[in-house]
Design a protein around this ligand. Structure first.
Ligand SMILES: [Fe+2]
Length: 577
């Protein structure tokens, strides 16, 4: 039974294909059309899904969309009536949403087929149920607490649920304008990070700050018996899309979130690309601290209602790996399953799996045990692209390839590592990665100067052999999708100086041979030579969506100062040796 999951006309548009409960392929449109966070119709992603499984659009039996414009309608109307200036905007949004409801006609147009040949059933699922579904149904659990939080989706910012068997029973919703995601976005904007998706950058700035503004920022958020409210005097009125606009061409924009009150309290907002002052760092600190306090308050309340150790977590705020790493110490939950595509691209998977298990009542036999769900390319294709780019390269068998690449890393060289299927979700997990030595003092600056050009305060991440995690980190819950930050053990910090953040933490990826045998063996080869079962892993890109095709990887290698490119069995070096 073929189900196509979609996130469309919303940031991070994506498609996923599920066959008898197994996720066969999933990709975000931005990786294919190269437009970051693209929020239009994911036509290329749908085509890629169908090509990957050898199906035609007429073979699809169900189409599931992770958005339901009718969900929470009463709350939306109530909000619009209370904010007369927003009524016109509300009506326009309703009209646009009505226009996009028809996945059938959009797919017929995209595939140039008669709409009458499309026999699939169409399902629309509320945004946050789709988020929770994207984690719970992928987990191995029969029972869990479900939690989703983000800026907004279908007029809700936060949802809690009891997940059992095939069912996801919604317990509570936090409606707009109250939103932890909007709170985070507002302060990020104030300190000069105004683009959609910048929040993850500012998370790395927080540990440089002090508690100067903690009391002031606390006033923005009020805890209320397992829920929370924003003090709206700090915000501009944002409307029912909470300040996120998707333009007709699919570009995602953020409206200004903060009000004049923020300027009165904290002075001029910082302009992008200007110097970051202690004030900005202190605001980042207070923002992260208050965000965590509310998150743990909500989780502790959820645990009282759904006791147990398992937490299925998703939504854009679930990418806050610092908060995820701390929840084991601040709540009774002992295990997390977090969808690697915790942001809105994950809705495609959530909607498809919910249709299969909750709507069609099919049994749960599959679980998601890796994130390598994207496109892959043949050796012939890779070689042809290397030739047409004029690259000099050598072919290696598996063993010598690992020896060659680990030798490069031991020397402190920076290697583009392009292998197998592309990762699903925002993190590079060893198939579209740039890798190097994690223990050389100048490595962070070298990477930034030569390739990544990131802000000075953003840390690079370690990939570690799973069995070595307890020796290097102060917590042993696995982090397969780079979604947890833990303290690095004191005696290991100097050995991991290029991935040890200012607060002695690392956003680790734990790697098992079952998940990614080639990447595991690469780390092991490096470990044999250095005694370190850890390598530095950053995404394979330069201010663009992560590379998807061999041609994009070769382009990135040639235009940056990367030392070598290991692409499939081939290795190309800058010096041509
Ligand atoms: Fe979302």
């Amino acid at each position: 039974m073929l189900i196509l999951g979609l996130n469309m006309f919303h940031a991070d548009a994506s498609a996923a294909v599920v066959d008898n409960g197994k996720i066969l392929f999933a990709v975000a449109e931005e990786r294919l059309n190269r437009r970051k966070h693209f929020g239009g119709f994911p036509a290329l992603a749908v085509k890629a899904c169908l090509d990957a499984v050898g199906a035609k659009i007429t073979d699809v039996q169900h189409v599931a969309v992770g958005q339901d414009s009718d969900a929470n309608l009463a709350k939306k109307v109530q909000y619009a009536l209370a904010n007369p200036a927003k009524i016109l905007n509300f009506i326009k949004m309703r009209q646009r949403k009505e226009a996009m409801r028809g996945a059938r006609s959009l797919l017929a147009r995209a595939f140039d087929v008669d709409v009458r040949t499309l026999k699939f059933q169409e399902h629309h699922l509320e945004h946050h149920i789709a988020h929770i579904a994207s984690s719970y149904y992928c987990s191995p659990w029969e029972k869990a607490a479900g939690f989703s939080y983000d800026g907004s989706g279908d007029f809700v910012s936060t949802m809690t649920a009891r997940c059992e068997g095939n069912e996801i029973q919604v317990l509570d919703r936090v409606y707009l304008p109250h939103s932890l995601g909007s709170f985070y976005t507002m302060i990020c904007e104030f300190i000069g990070y105004k683009k959609y998706g910048d929040e993850g950058k500012v998370m790395g700035l927080a540990p440089y700050g002090k508690d100067t503004y903690l009391d002031e920022i606390k006033k923005i958020l009020a805890l209320r018996n397992g829920s929370f409210q924003l003090n709206m005097s700090y915000f501009k009125p944002l409307g029912s899309n909470q300040g996120m606009q998707v333009l007709p061409d699919g570009t995602v924009r953020l409206a200004r979130h903060f009000s004049e009150k923020m300027e009165k309290l904290f002075g001029e907002p910082r302009e992008p690309y200007t110097e970051i002052t202690q004030r900005d760092m202190d605001l980042a600190y207070a923002m992260q601290h208050c965000f965590e306090e509310v998150f743990f308050h909500l989780l502790n309340d959820l645990h009282r209602r759904v006791p147990g150790e398992n937490l299925a977590l998703a939504g854009g705020c679930a990418l806050n790996s610092v908060a995820n790493g701390k929840l084991f110490f601040r709540t009774p939950f002992r295990r997390t399953w977090i969808q690697p595509a915790a942001g809105d691209e994950g809705l495609a998977i959530g909607a498809a799996l919910h249709t299969y298990h909750a709507v069609l009542k099919q049994p749960r036999r599959e679980q998601m045990d890796h994130a390598y769900l994207g496109p892959e390319f043949s050796e012939a294709q890779i070689e042809s692209d290397l030739k047409s780019a004029g690259a000099k390269y050598q072919r290696f068998d598996r063993g010598p390839l690992l020896e060659t690449v680990s030798d490069e890393m031991v020397k402190g060289n920076v290697v583009g590592w392009f292998q197998g299927r592309m990762e699903w979700g925002p993190r590079a997990l060893g198939n579209r990665s740039i890798v190097t030595h994690p223990g050389l003092p100048n490595m962070k600056d070298v990477l930034n100067a030569r390739i990544k050009h990131r802000e000075w305060f953003r840390p690079f991440a370690p990939s570690i052999l799973a069995e070595a995690q307890p020796e290097y980190f102060e917590h042993d819950h696995p982090s397969p999708y780079m979604l947890h930050v833990y303290k690095i053990r004191p005696d290991k910090r100097k050995h991991l100086c290029a991935v040890n953040h200012v607060d002695d933490t690392g956003r680790l990826q734990t790697v098992t041979r079952e998940e990614n045998p080639l990447y595991y063996d690469l780390i092991q080869a490096f470990s044999r030579k250095t005694g370190l079962p850890v390598i530095l892993n950053t995404s394979f890109n330069e201010n663009e969506p992560i590379v998807c095709t061999p041609r994009e990887a070769i382009d990135c290698f040639q235009r940056t100062k990367m030392d070598a490119l290991a692409i499939g069995p081939f290795v190309a070096r800058k010096d041509g040796t």
